[in-house]
Design a binder for this molecule. Structure first.
Ligand code: PGA
Length: 259
């Protein structure tokens, strides 16, 4: 069981228009309130599509909710002629706390490299938001037994030129690609193996205290029925949840660590 405050982040991906988003965030807030959710048991974060963020902000601010929110990606550029892009300044102005970078779907469909992930993470930190740096191996790498070295190379790339003070503000999400959206959750042992190796690497790159303070999430088919056993592991500090975060009751139950 982690000694850090667990973080449960709902990655809505390309789901929910802004009206559906208002509905979902209200339902989530009500369920958490009904169960007297203690935000010290788990911090709750939602990561809606860009077009929903303003609506989510309005509900959260208007009702003074403790749910935090952020975005699923951001540009590595500050501003200018980058058609279709969204800057960190725009997200920070909307009150975003978190931004995921290097999600496997961005790496796969948009050819995002470790260098780009690093550039985006540094922009997010410079804007005083928290990057959730995603890493994870595909099935071929897992079958060859190379998951640890593969993920650690991603971590080294993502943290290049990030200072110790900034690293301490980052969150890492380990998401084995073969477990994303497939219903095939990694065993708690699989998750712990890589999450603990990530922490050892962070201690090497920075120091033990920095690594011990950072939160490392697991992602990939997390549900209310499997979150408790994953959270038993010493180096699993929360979850990045895709599909199950689109159902308010289910996600709220995940935030209660399955209870
Ligand atoms: P999933 O997605 O929970 O639907 O497997 C996780 C993610 O991609 O962040």
């Amino acid at each position: 069981m982690t000694t850090r405050t667990p973080l449960m982040a709902g990655n809505w991906k390309m789901n929910m228009d802004h009206l559906q988003a208002i509905h979902l965030i209200n339902e989530l807030a009500l369920d958490l309130q009904d169960h007297k959710h203690d935000y010290a048991t788990a911090e709750v974060v939602v990561l809606p599509p860009f077009t929903d963020i303003r609506s989510v902000q309005t509900v959260i601010d208007g009702d003074n909710l403790k749910i935090r929110y952020g975005a699923q990606d951001v540009s590595q550029h500050d501003l200018g002629a980058y058609t279709g892009e969204i800057s960190t300044a725009m997200l920070s102005k909307l009150g975003c706390s978190y931004v995921t970078v290097g999600h496997s779907e961005r790496r796969e469909y948009h050819n995002e490299s470790d260098a780009l992930v690093n550039a985006k993470a540094r922009k997010i930190l410079a804007a005083d938001m928290t990057p959730i740096i995603c890493c994870g191996e595909g099935l071929d790498v897992r079958k060859a037994g190379n998951q640890v070295s593969h993920v650690l190379a991603q971590i080294e790339g993502a943290f290049a030129n990030i200072s110790q003070a900034d690293a301490a503000r980052c969150v890492v999400a380990y998401e084995p690609i073969w477990a994303i959206g497939t219903g095939e959750v990694a065993t708690p042992g699989d998750a712990q193996e890589v999450c603990s190796a990530i922490r050892v690497k962070l201690a090497e790159l920075y120091d033990q205290a920095t690594a011990d303070g950072m939160r490392i999430l697991y992602g990939g088919s997390v549900k209310s029925s499997n979150v408790a056993e994953l959270m038993q592991e010493a180096d699993v500090d929360g979850a990045l949840v895709g599909g199950a975060s689109l159902q308010a009751e289910e996600f709220a139950k995940i935030c209660r660590l399955g209870k």
